[in-house]
Design a binder for this molecule. Sequence first.
Ligand SMILES: [Zn+2]
Length: 191
Amino acid sequence: MRKFFIFLTIITCVLSSSVFAMTPTYANDAKFSRGVGNCCYYVDSAASGYTNQINDAAYNWENTGYGWNPIYMTAVSSNYATHIDFYAATPATNVYLNSSVLGFTSFWNSNSAVIVTPPYSPSYNYFYTEIMFNLSASDSYDYRTAKHEMGHAFGLAHYENSYSIMFPDLAGTYVTTVQQCDHDTINYLYN
Ligand SMILES: [Zn+2]
């Protein structure tokens, strides 16, 4: 009986590591149609208070510590032809923000038409994204928030794993940086 229990435990570990090794993607593996090898991002003046967090997140996604991935980020001074634009607003000025939303990502096509806004996720490839921070939520300034939203922009969905930067709730997120599971999904999507 004891041997049987140990055997079951081993099987469970193998199963869980193979099934849950990567952060989930959106339906149909929706992602940037242009890839992430030349990923330009623009920080609007409204989001200037998040500049350090954004630059830190860009650096972390480029340099995860888990080996190579195709992400290459460049900060630019106009939102022309960018991959990611950063803005900030309050619940009073943006309908998708409320006191429990630190930020959100919206997905756009090449005709500057929005494809998906919260709480929905894209199900086909998109041209660019906009990340909106909630100026009224102090946790929006937490360095994990920019990394988490940038993960959405790349095509990562929420992951019910506290050791992923894509865990949906900041208070329950045990890590402060992009993790192997997040890094592996970038390579899965874009290689
Ligand atoms: Zn999220």
